[in-house]
Design a protein around this ligand. Structure first.
Ligand code: RRO
Length: 312
């Protein structure tokens, strides 16, 4: 029973990987994912200049998930290009993902130019959905700007590139975003980033649990699975078939991976549960998915990918 997959014409031994932001800040963390049962890794979103991020505490684990307001701490795009180049040399057959994000269209273009001029031969994930930089609205909710960014990015870059999207909550927004995304040669979309600006409270202390932004932060984990599945399936129904889907959100078991793939995902990413369990999570999730596939008589992901049934 195989959990292998293909994305952007590259092969991966396993459909599961980390979600950007979790266990991917530096070379040591990326090595742990590289050595795990995950099919590959994605780096923390790199910016043109390194950033310390927001004040701590900025991540908090709850019974049903997590809340974060990291504020895009990262070592800068040059660091991640160097680190990934070393992994490419060590494992020439393996495809890695590099996440990046700019604060303007010009910065996005500069990032892509740097990547183009580097040795990087993997897949770029442009993050359009960071919810936690004070004063900076989420790009993914500004449809006109998304269109402009994609036009600028594809004028600059012709390698495989996908976008990380925020969750959408209205069917009209899925329609409108799909029209924009379908104009471009995207390799994939990744749904969803955290549900932005939730608020988790410690009732005992009558206090918020993270310091930045008065405690408001991106929600991940079990809370977000139905929203994640809705976004994966809505885009699966609306995007041209060349644009594949990475499903992210609420994966704590092999059953959750199964559901993301049934909704149309070609690959899945694990954030909150990876932070909780560490990189061994991928071995457990893989075994659990294989058990479900065996019970249903499936031998490959293609046997059920996107085959969610509707009731009419
Ligand atoms: O660093 C963060 O605060 C962060 C980012 Br860039 C993101 O894309 N999603 C998130 O939940 N946190």
């Amino acid at each position: 029973i195989s959990t292998a997959t293909k994305l952007a014409n590259r092969s991966f031994s396993n459909c599961m990987m980390n979600a950007a932001g979790v266990w991917c800040m530096d070379e040591a963390e990326l090595t742990a994912i590289d050595d795990s049962a995950a099919g590959t890794f994605v780096t923390k979103s790199g910016t043109l200049v390194s950033r310390p991020g927001n004040p701590e505490p900025r991540y908090y684990e709850t019974a049903l998930g997590s809340i974060n307001s990291m504020g895009l701490p990262n070592h800068g795009i040059d660091y991640y290009l160097d680190v990934v180049a070393a992994f490419q040399k060590k494992n020439p057959g393996k495809t890695y993902f590099l996440s990046c994000t700019g604060f303007s269209i010009e910065q996005d273009q500069t990032l892509l130019r740097k990547i183009k001029d580097s040795e990087f031969n993997g897949i770029v994930e442009l993050n359009l959905s960071c919810p936690n930089v004070p004063g900076k609205p989420q790009i993914g909710y500004d449809f006109e700007t998304v269109d402009q960014i994609l036009a600028a990015v594809f004028a600059e870059y012709d390698g495989p590139l996908g976008v990380k999207l925020p969750p959408y909550f209205d069917l009209v927004h899925f329609d409108q975003m799909a029209v924009i995304l379908n104009k471009y040669p995207l390799a994939y979309i990744n749904s969803i980033n955290s549900i932005g600006n939730g608020l988790y409270i410690d009732d005992e202390k009558e206090e918020v649990v993270i310091k930045p932004k008065n405690g408001f932060g991106g929600i991940g984990g079990e809370y977000v699975k139905p929203t994640a599945l809705a976004n994966v399936h809505a885009f699966y129904q609306r995007l041209k078939p060349e644009i594949q889907i990475i499903g992210t959100g609420g994966i704590t078991s092999g059953r959750d991976v199964f559901e993301h793939i049934l909704c149309g995902a070609s690959m899945v990413q694990v954030g909150t549960e990876l932070a909780k369990e560490g990189p061994q999570v991928f071995e457990r999730l893989t075994k659990e998915l294989q058990d479900i596939m065996a019970a249903k008589g499936y031998t490959t992901l293609a046997d059920f990918r996107g085959k969610l049934r509707h009731q009419d």
